[in-house]
Design a protein. Sequence first.
Length: 525
Amino acid sequence: MKKHVAKMIVFIMVITAVIMPVEYGFSETLAGENIQSEETFEKTDPSVEGDVEEKSEETEVSSEDNNSHNTVDKSRNSNEETKIEESDDKEVIEENVKEEMNFLYIESKELIAPGTQNIVVSWEQDIDAIKDFILIYEDSSGKEYGLNESKRTDGAVLFTKEFKEDEADKYTIKGVRYFVEGEESFFEFDDVEIGATFEIIKIQENIEEEEIVTVEVESDGSIDKKELNSQMKTAVLSSSENVQRSAASARSASNNVVVVLDPGHGGSDPGATRGSVYEKTLNLKVANYCREELEQYSGVTVYMTRTGDSYLTLAQRAQKAADYGADILVSIHQNSSTSSNAYGAEVYYPNNNYRPAIGNSGKKVATEVQKQLVSLGLSDRGTHIKNTVYDRYSDGSLQDWYGIIRESKLRNVPAIIVEHAFLSNTSDYNNYLSSDSKLKRLGVADATGIAKAFGLSKGKFVDTSEGVKYQYGDGTYAKNEQVNTSNGAYYFDAKGILVKGIYKNAKNNIWYYADKDTGKIKTSA
């Protein structure tokens, strides 16, 4: 058992080569169905190959040797020996499948549907001789399903499936079916005591009966649209509770601040424009510079809602932040006005209605970011909240006006909107937006403000007689914790010494593997 647990821990040594941004193929069948094609069976059936081979040899002997019977007997004996060797090879392969398994990796133990699940099974020995791996899993009722492999690389097999909302359930992975020399075999994970379960969650299931949307239909068949809108938003608030709990759980399980940067607009939505200059492009550049700077601090993990020119709805951006367990979502924008006299920087943050803690968190970050932008010379337009006129949260208080702030609050995530400078103002554009070096100054200012709001500091590696340590800006050392840097993540033990190889994180009790030479962590929780 310990042997298998140890092997599972080192899964990330190959997982980075396995889970790649490629076009995965996917097909799913009930586990009892035979999915292998007739063509594959024809190529791998040893009995077919043996018949062809034997007839060929017998014809050749008849023309060259009068003692054909003896020669044929020798040929048949040779065939029998070959079959025995093939049988022995098959047994060795099957033994390797069971004894040389490295790990089973489930990307999402809890997945909110619709969503994509990635599962990887890896072996230490070469598996090229094995055809058509099929992952077998069952739902809570015991119904089994088969999932074809999507990609294979360096002894690891990737299985990918897009789960729909109507597939919400708890699933158990039973094992893998595979084919050797045309014969089917099954490796049951229970044989090696692997606990392999994951759950698909349907958020809408958490809506209570009294929260079902109901509106009164007037005598003329019309409905009150304001009432319907209010009822729908109440239902959304309730249905997001599961996401809120998941996000809070993710934050409490991590010793890092989670920052999600949201480059505004994108794809078919260019945002504000100045000639051939699009706001969406500037936003992405500023966000990337912000990320580069922020990742130089200790104790922070940074994600992006988009990394290319793609379109996302405000709800999708907020949902990504919730899924990442964000402590703050920073939506990056450039301003514009019909008046060329408007200039300067301003930041919007959540109001204190509904969930006041969200407003307080947002205000703190907004204040620090605004200070940094003003220090660059931008005119101070201040920090603000903006409310709707009549739309209200479920507690009856006025909602936040801006969609990204409102959608994030509904998912229990603080969000701010940073309006760096005005594209419509010639001075702002020339001084702050007209080159990459100027955009980088904005990104660094954002990162500095975020770091100050969360009390983050830059650190450095220090060589000591005991080993490598990590010293924070205040002079203290990292102990019993993971440190994230721009070059990767590292773990330091109770004495503050850099850990290499297999170790257990004292904060979350999860096993990890760090490179034996550099100490860089190769796994993710």
